[in-house]
Each structure stands twice: as structure tokens, then as C-alpha cells.
Design a protein around this ligand. Structure first.
Ligand code: GLY
Length: 369
């Protein structure tokens, strides 16, 4: 990755034919939502969905800015937390939209982290058979992953993201300043997805991250903007190649996720944040890759050192390993009875490999050092 500063804002165009959109990344952008996303919002009824953490801090700035562009602005504030991503809440929001005379020309603005982005996107995907939406992600995880690429959805009891759609936003606006109000644990958890891009597809980016730990931990705004832009570009390249996860290319984004989803489910959602679970998951997957001879132990050492340096957990809890393996076998990605795992072959490259036997996976759950 080039070490010289690049001009702000960073603009990334996601080229998906008539579903194309722009990602704008920079500082102070919340005051300019109306102008930056003007094309999507002008003279339309904007329906903002936010949550009880983000709304009190940022909603006024966003609605003020929207007021200069949109015809009408309405707001619905949901309770913060994963349980908000439910069908019952979709119904509440749809009823409220109906009550406010939303129609096919209305546009949903999702202001929040991954929960609000996924929920707001799904609300938009299904209302009146699909209306436009704009993503304004406010967590690092949402900024580098879930706000880009059009995966939207809700949870069913016991089944995360089980109901959803591919529904691309009309625009994504990322303001790096909002990360200053994100709590440290959630910020660090987001770094797991950041590091993942280096590991799966971008060695120079991984090397840049290794050299930028102190800037990342001090929220240096120039470093953050460059890092988020690089992640969004990586994700864009993957999504442009395989929008609906059909060719296998998009599956590389699931590195560490089969382990990670199992860890989240078995130890209870919220015990580990998603980013923490996939940091442990990538460590287990890296260890499995060493066991299978796909990478040498130096790979695992470098990966683990970077996770540890930013404060991410790497060790799987020592109990419930049989339950974890059972949960992995139920992964949404199991196809025709075969579980494939995304495993590294070197830093910057991963491949989809049929899962080995249970004993090998059990060994990969146990710390080696
Ligand atoms: N977060 C994985 C994907 O968007 O495909």
C-alpha cells in the first residue's frame, strides 16, 4: 500500500450496472449528507432509521442536512442492540411508514451500525416491493463491511441473518469522525474485519496495518480514512466480481466466519462481539491451515501478533468444543451436506477447502503456544 497521504474525501464507485453507487469516505460528512447524497435524496421523502445510541448524538446533524435537500424528513428510532433485527420490528417500521404516507418514491436512510444498516436495508428491500436506501454506517464494522455490498436482513430466533435479500444502497456515506464516540471494545472488534482484508487479498495492506498499529489505536483520522477506503475498495472488488455469492469469490469474505459464527452462537450472542469471534475464528482457521500444510507457522505467528497488537482475542474458550463443531456443521454456508472452509495459503490469499475430519477441527480449536 502506498505510504503517501491521499486526498480526502476518498470516493469509491461500486460498478453493478443499474445498481451502481458511490461510497464517500471522509471527515465531517454528516453535515453534508444532503449535498453528498443529493442525487438519491433530492425532492424525496426521507425516512431515517436510527437507534437509541446513535440518534441522540448524530440525528440532528443528519436531519438538518437532509432538510435542505429532501421534500420531507421522518425519523424512527429503534432500541440499540442485536435483538432489534427482528421481523416484529420490520412490521412496526413498515406500519409507521404506511402511517406517514411513505410510497415507492420514499427513501430509507439507515443511520447506525450493522444492526440498523441490515434492518433498514431489509425494510427498504421489501417495502412496496423495494424502495431506495442510503447507508450512513457509524461503527467501524459497518463502515468496512456490512454497509457495502447489499447484504441486508434480519434474525430469526436462533438463526442470525436468516431472512434477507441482496439489496444495494443508492449511496454509502462514511464519516470517520463518528468513530470517536464508538466505545473502544466495538472499535477494536471492527479492526478484525479490517485485518481480514489484508489476510484474504492484500499483502501490502496487511504490511501497512502491521506498521500502523499505534495510529489505528489513537484513531488517527488520516490513517482511518485510508484504511477504511482500502477495505471498501477490497470489498467492492469482491462484490463486483460476485454480487450474489454465486461464483465463490464473495465467500472469501467468510474467512474465520464459520468458526466465528459458531463461537457467537454457542457462547451466546453478545458474549463475544462479532469481530472478536472472527478474530478467534481466523486464528483457529489459520491453525487448521498449518495442520493441513497450507501455510507455515510463520503465517500464523504474524496473523496472531497483529490481532494481539490491536487488542483482539485469539484464544477459543477451552470448553464446549463439541458444541462448536456441531454448530459449524449447521453453518448457513453448508451446501449439499458439504462444509467448506475458507483457509489461507499465504498472507493475501485464501481458498475454499472441504472441511477435514472432526479430530482435525477439534485440534484447531486448541491454542498451540
Ligand atoms: N460480510 C460478508 C459479505 O458481505 O459477503
Amino acid at each position: 500500500m502506498n505510504a503517501s497521504p491521499e486526498p480526502l474525501p476518498h470516493l469509491i464507485d461500486v460498478d453493478l450496472g443499474d445498481r451502481s453507487y458511490r461510497i464517500t469516505i471522509g471527515s465531517g460528512h454528516l453535515d453534508d449528507v444532503g449535498t453528498i447524497c443529493r442525487e438519491a435524496l433530492v425532492d424525496r421523502h426521507a425516512f431515517v432509521i436510527t437507534d437509541s445510541n446513535v440518534g441522540p448524538i448524530y440525528l440532528d446533524r443528519v436531519t438538518t442536512s437532509l432538510g435542505g435537500t429532501s421534500k420531507r424528513v421522518d425519523v424512527m428510532t429503534m432500541e440499540a442492540g442485536e435483538s432489534t433485527k427482528s421481523l416484529a420490528n420490520c412490521q412496526r417500521i413498515w406500519q409507521q411508514m404506511l402511517h406517514l404516507a411513505a410510497d415507492r418514491s420514499s427513501i430509507v436512510v439507515a443511520l447506525g451500525g450493522g444492526v440498523i444498516g441490515d434492518l433498514g436495508g431489509f425494510v427498504a428491500a421489501a417495502f412496496a416491493r423495494g424502495i431506495d436506501f442510503v447507508q450512513i454506517p457509524t461503527s467501524l464494522l459497518a463502515q468496512v463491511d456490512s454497509s457495502v455490498g447489499g447484504k441486508v436482513g434480519i434474525n430469526l430466533p436462533g438463526a442470525k441473518n436468516m431472512v434477507g435479500a441482496f439489496w444495494q444502497p443508492r449511496s454509502v456515506l462514511i464519516d470517520t469522525d463518528v468513530l470517536s464516540t464508538l466505545d473502544q471494545r466495538n472499535y477494536v472488534a471492527g479492526l478484525a474485519e479490517v485485518i481480514k482484508y489484508g489476510l484474504i487479498m492484500d499483502l501490502p495492506f496487511f504490511e501497512y496495518l502491521e506498521k500502523s498499529v499505534s495510529e489505528l489505536l489513537s484513531l488517527d483520522s488520516e490513517t482511518l480514512a485510508r484504511v477504511i477506503a482500502r477495505c471498501c475498495q477490497c470489498k467492492t472488488d469482491v462484490v463486483e466480481a460476485d454480487e450474489r455469492e454465486q461464483s465463490g469469490r464473495r465467500a472469501i469474505l467468510n474467512y474465520g466466519h464459520t468458526y466465528g459464527h459458531a463461537i457467537e452462537a454457542v457462547f451466546g450472542y453478545g458474549t463475544f462481539l462479532h469481530g472478536e469471534a472472527i478474530s478467534i475464528g481466523m486464528t483457529c482457521a489459520g491453525r487448521l491451515a498449518v495442520q493441513l500444510g497450507l501455510v507455515d507457522s510463520e503465517f500464523l505467528k504474524r496473523q496472531t501478533e497483529l490481532f494481539r497488537a490491536v487488542g483482539l482475542p485469539v484464544d477459543c474458550p477451552s470448553e464446549k468444543h463439541d458444541e462448536l463443531i456441531d454448530a459449524m456443521a449447521r453453518d448457513k454456508k453448508v451446501s449439499k451436506g458439504q462444509l467448506n472452509l475458507i483457509l489461507p495459503t499465504k498472507i493475501g490469499h485464501v481458498e475454499s477447502i472441504p472441511a477435514p475430519n472432526r479430530a482435525e477441527i477439534l485440534t484447531s480449536l486448541k491454542p498451540t503456544d
